[in-house]
Design a protein around this ligand. Structure first.
Ligand code: 2BA
Length: 109
């Protein structure tokens, strides 16, 4: 068995949830925050059999798109805010960041 951790953009989370239910995958959704942009995203925990991992990865790929996002620059620590000229930077976020972990045991009580 594998545990798939998928960090996706909030905009894609409902579509992905629906696709998971339709394809009979069981999932848990966690509200999460990106360490870099510090904006909300969604982390899915999905436990599945080894032989369905590829199907699941394709489903995540189909339902999560990449988008450009502007990053508000952070003023330098201890710097002079008056002389600081902020230059917003564009970054590409997603489609999805996915980790595939082996599961030692799976139990439900
Ligand atoms: P954030 O950390 O908010 O990152 C959003 C996007 O900002 C990233 O998109 C990437 O394009 C850019 N970025 C992140 N760190 C950067 C840095 N140090 N310098 C320059 N640009 C940077 P994605 O790579 O698609 O990541 C989307 C979200 O997936 C991340 O949101 C984070 O929540 C998660 N993530 C990505 N890689 C991860 C990792 N290795 N471990 C845990 N979570 C990860």
């Amino acid at each position: 068995m594998k545990l798939i951790l998928a960090v996706v953009q909030d905009k894609d989370s409902n579509r992905l949830s629906e696709a998971l239910v339709k394809a009979n995958f069981k999932a848990t959704k966690l509200a999460s925050t990106g360490g870099f942009l510090r904006s909300g995203n969604t982390t899915f925990l999905i436990g599945t059999e080894n032989n369905r991992v590829l199907e699941l990865l394709n489903l995540i790929k189909e339902n999560c798109q990449s988008r450009q996002q502007m990053v508000a620059p952070i003023s330098p620590m201890g710097g002079n805010a008056d002389s600081y000229i902020p230059h917003p930077v564009e970054v590409e976020v997603g489609g999805a960041t996915v980790f595939v972990l082996s599961v030692d045991a799976f139990k439900q009580f």
